[in-house]
Design a protein around this ligand. Structure first.
Ligand SMILES: [Zn+2]
Length: 256
């Protein structure tokens, strides 16, 4: 199957190829991941996703098309909802910064495929600067938000697995071009005065993410190829929507 911008997110493509978002779905809940791959569960777009798509489509040069196809952006009187007025402010802020614009000046939404752990993978890059860098644009709540893990403080990049995402992108680009490129998150946030930064992810962090994924992939491949039944997490949207009661529970189960 030849991937294009039209069929990239199709059920056929998702069955034939692995992607980073699929991996993240599997790590969250196997049953949910499989339902998405099979087209049995479609996630309704939320406001945060739409703001991201709004800014993405501006850089891709398809904002007018995106607006025409997304009635959720507008109020009844035809004006933009406040969330997307914010998206406009974010775009203005980015446009005024030379380095940010340089990072975003690559080829947009470039698709590549490759092989990892014996499986076919697909990637789609926000801004690809051949021979130089792979840049992914992220619109987040707050760039400098601090999250906690047992190992200590982490940023939004580790929290949401953006280092894992770029680790896979870096390897697939290497397979296609024989070059190991710098990986950058072009980050902007949704504060009243948006904060911006371009964050270079160290190669050893990317390497670590790829190595860690190795340990998780065997199980994910077994589930996707239907060798084993997907486990249900029991608490995600998909599990809640499809759960069948098998008996009464006691109150302690609610807080377990
Ligand atoms: Zn679940």
């Amino acid at each position: 199957m030849k991937l294009t911008n039209k069929n990239y997110y199709s059920t056929k493509a998702n069955k034939e190829y692995f992607s980073v978002s699929q991996i993240k779905d599997f790590l969250k809940c196997e049953a949910y991941a499989m339902a998405k791959i099979n087209g049995d569960w479609v996630e309704p777009p939320n406001t945060a996703m739409l703001i991201g798509s709004y800014v993405d489509s501006y850089f891709e040069g398809t904002l007018e098309e995106f607006k025409a196809n997304t009635p959720e952006l507008f109020k009844k009187d035809g004006s933009l909802k406040s969330d997307f007025v914010k998206a406009e402010q974010i775009i203005k802020r980015i446009e005024s910064d030379e380095l940010f614009m340089l990072c975003m000046s690559g080829k947009k939404q470039v698709i590549m495929t490759g092989e990892l752990f014996g499986e076919k993978f697909k990637i789609k890059m926000d801004s690809y600067l051949p021979g130089e860098a792979i840049v992914d644009l992220k619109v987040v709540k707050k760039l400098r938000e601090v999250f906690f893990r047992q190992s200590g403080k982490i940023s939004f990049i580790e929290k949401w697995g953006y280092d894992l995402q770029l680790a896979v992108y870096q390897e697939i680009v290497r397979q296609n071009t024989d070059k190991l490129l710098d990986c950058v998150i072009a980050g902007v946030d949704k504060q009243d005065i948006p904060d911006i930064d371009c964050i270079l992810i160290p190669n050893d962090q990317l390497e670590f993410q790829r190595r860690e994924l190795t340990w998780k992939m065997a199980r994910i491949i077994d589930v996707k190829t239907k060798k084993v039944e997907p486990a249900r997490c029991g608490v995600c949207d998909y599990c809640r929507a499809t759960k069948k009661l098998t008996g009464l529970i006691t109150p302690d189960k609610l807080v377990y």
